[in-house]
Design a protein around this ligand. Structure first.
Ligand SMILES: Nc1ncnc2c1ncn2[C@@H]1O[C@H](COP(=O)(O)OP(=O)(O)O)[C@@H](O)[C@H]1O
Ligand SMILES: [Mg+2]
Length: 246
């Protein structure tokens, strides 16, 4: 077992954003994580990678207890994540952005640059290495975010809406990239709203709602689960009610 998260909770003041989430991930899996906005998916990722200390629960990764470990320790052990809002250095070049990740395992400048170039080629940004990060469009940014993490050579990659904002043709290409990353031997947990992505990539899906896991199973099983349908319906109804009457 690569990752074992048990009873992970996170409170912000009196608000329980995450309420006892369990997740085990075996090496080689590609797991989907879905749920309405505000369900706690990003908070769960934050706890898993050490960006936020959980208020409860236990997380082991590659046989080590990492519940209280720093994000740097997680990265060294081989856990990498993309951010829902890309953490890009806008004024740096695409290459330099990826070198920031590559320095983790290649402290020398030359080796880090070589690694970054190789990863950028791999994600399809080989022609844009010298461009400023700010000049990239959405698909380029999403790829850059993935490249930055791949450069850290993760065993487990957590993708947080890494495909959001792409048009249908770009989504198809991004699915191909995720599939290629997975085929290269990297275990993946992916948060994604686009069901086509979940359906075509994953065998196992975990569904979050209000900080809890309410279902898990194959993509087909969970989309037919009444509790899941209710969670999504309730959400869209609530959003509908929030709109001003016209
Ligand atoms: N740093 C924070 N401080 C206070 N509340 C937060 C913080 N981060 C997230 N939340 C709240 O926790 C809930 C879960 O958020 P999040 O994990 O981002 O959901 P998701 O990624 O599933 O959309 C939301 O209600 C959000 O407003
Ligand atoms: Mg989120």
């Amino acid at each position: 077992m690569l990752l074992d998260a048990h009873g992970v909770s996170k409170s912000f003041g009196a608000f329980r954003a995450l309420d006892g989430a369990d997740l085990t991930v075996d090496e080689g899996e590609l797991i989907g994580l879905i749920g309405p906005n505000g369900a706690g998916k990003s908070t769960f990722f934050n706890c898993l990678v050490g960006d936020l200390p959980p208020t409860g629960g236990r997380i082991t990764f590659a046989g080590r207890d990492v519940t209280r470990a720093t994000a740097a320790t997680h990265a060294r052990l081989g856990m990498g994540r993309t951010f829902q809002v890309p953490a890009t250095f806008e004024d740096m070049s695409v290459l330099e952005n990826v070198m920031v990740g590559a320095f983790l395992r290649h402290p020398g400048r030359h080796a880090a640059r070589d690694k970054a170039r190789q990863v950028l080629e791999y994600v399809g940004l080989g022609a844009q290495v010298e461009a400023r990060a700010r000049s990239l469009g959405t698909p380029g940014r999403k790829r850059l975010e993935i490249a930055r993490v791949l450069a850290t050579e993760p065993k487990l990659l957590l993708l947080d809406e890494a495909l959001a904002g792409l048009n249908p043709a770009e989504v198809v290409q991004a699915i191909e990239l995720v599939r290629r990353i997975h085929a290269s031997g990297i275990t993946i947990v992916i948060v994604e709203h686009i069901m086509e992505v979940i359906m075509s990539l994953t065998q196992r899906v975990i569904v979050f709602n209000q900080g809890r896991i309410i279902a898990s199973g194959t993509p087909r099983e969970v989309t037919e689960d009444p509790a899941v349908i209710t969670a999504y319906l309730g959400h869209s109804l609530k959003r509908g009610e929030a709109r001003p009457a016209s």
